[in-house]
Design a protein around this ligand. Structure first.
Ligand code: SF4
Length: 376
């Protein structure tokens, strides 16, 4: 494993040295994951586009009064879920803005009309509905959560997630990517990661590359995640996501990270993180699949045959057939996994009994998805 000192020294590594670094990362992936890459077949449910934060790169968030500002109804949620079930999806990813009811009357009114005061309570009810009326299993990505909220959601989902993004406080300053974002204060996100660890919630987190963080801050973010995993054992995957500049946002003209920058970061992440942590990179944000595989990733994250990537709506999901072919070119097999990685499926503290019972029919013996579906 890399030390912090060695990782810091790899800033700017390129050419043959970068190839050597990637080869080491691939070697480590092979030791722990064999010749297999995975993805999760899912539907994305943007439960609300309202959010109290103002991230400089975000087009998901909609301000009150704008046509896209809304809270989905239970019927709208289930329509997506039922269609996803017909298309072989196993996971519902609930993604939503952070605590909009604390800032906007429109959010409070929408929740009141549904019979709720807090978005988390409505989210929990939607998870219950999914479990009662479909074979899909929820994965919840609701941002920062307190202990009560995590306790409420844990029995209702297979896993949860929240990107750390960065541990840099500099980005909270005026002009920074996280200016005016109370939920992007690193300490708040670290506390959520710690609480999830104490409660044994299988958790996805990750870092955002190219939003103004330095190489050192990037390394320290990965080390922080690693430390939390060493203490609690709950980080099942880390996403390395490249920033994409979007028209109409304050960061529209901000430079995007290069492919080389991504490969360098991916390989270092593979070598820094505990190898039991799955390393994931979204395939729709950079279509150089073979390069990513050569940098040591073992997972592509969620891909949907139905719903778009609401966070990056301009980036279409890849054809699964193309992704499988790219994996095959690198000597790897693409396989479908569930929202809970095999290593966590038999750990009682991490899986509630009710969830485990629901999980069994979806799993094959090695913990990956029963009834694999690799068609778009
Ligand atoms: S990135 Fe997330 S937290 Fe930031 S404004 Fe968009 S929805 Fe809100």
């Amino acid at each position: 494993m890399l030390s912090r000192h060695s990782a810091l020294a790899l800033q700017g590594v390129s050419g043959g040295e970068l190839e050597d670094l990637c080869a080491q990362a691939v070697q480590l992936r092979k030791q722990h994951y064999g010749e297999r890459l995975t993805y999760s077949r899912k539907v994305f449910v943007p439960l609300t586009t309202l959010c109290r934060d103002d991230c400089g790169y975000c087009t998901f968030v909609q301000r009150p009064g704008s046509p896209g500002a809304k809270v989905m109804t239970p019927a709208e949620v289930m329509e997506v879920v039922q269609q996803g079930q017909q298309l072989g999806c196993k996971e519902v990813l609930f993604s939503l803005g952070e605590k909009p009811e604390r800032r906007y009357q429109q959010a409070r009114d929408a929740l009141a009309a549904l019979g709720y005061q807090r978005m988390t309570d409505y989210l929990a009810a939607c998870c219950d509905q999914v479990l009662e009326q479909s074979s899909l299993m929820p994965h919840v990505n609701a941002g920062t959560l307190d202990e009560d909220e995590l306790r409420l959601l844990k029995p209702r989902c297979l896993s949860m997630g929240m990107m750390l993004e960065t541990m840099s406080r500099r980005l909270l300053q005026k002009g920074g990517a996280h200016y005016a974002c109370p939920d992007k204060v690193p300490l708040q996100r670290i506390r959520t990661l710690e609480r999830a660890g104490r409660l044994q919630v299988p958790f996805t987190t990750g870092i955002l590359i190219g939003i103004g963080e330095t190489w050192d801050e990037r390394i320290d973010s990965l080390l922080l995640i690693n430390r939390l995993h060493a203490e609690y054992g709950h980080i099942q995957e880390v996403i390395i996501q490249n920033f994409c500049a979007k028209p109409g946002t304050p960061m529209a003209n901000y430079p995007e990270p290069s492919l080389e920058e991504m490969l360098r970061t991916l390989a270092v992440a593979r070598l820094l993180l505990h190898p039991s942590i799955s390393l994931q990179a979204p395939p729709n944000l950079q279509q150089r699949y073979g390069h990513y595989i050569q940098a040591g990733i073992n997972d592509w994250g969620g891909i949907s045959p139905l719903t778009r990537d609401y966070i990056n709506p301009e980036k279409a999901w890849p054809q699964l057939e193309l992704l499988a072919a790219a994996c095959a070119e690198q000597g790897c097999l693409l396989e479908e996994r569930l929202a809970l990685y095999p290593a966590y499926q038999q750990q009682p503290g991490f899986v509630e009994a009710a969830v485990q019972a629901r999980l069994a029919p979806l799993c094959r013996a090695d913990g990956l998805a029963q009834h694999q579906c690799l068609a778009s």
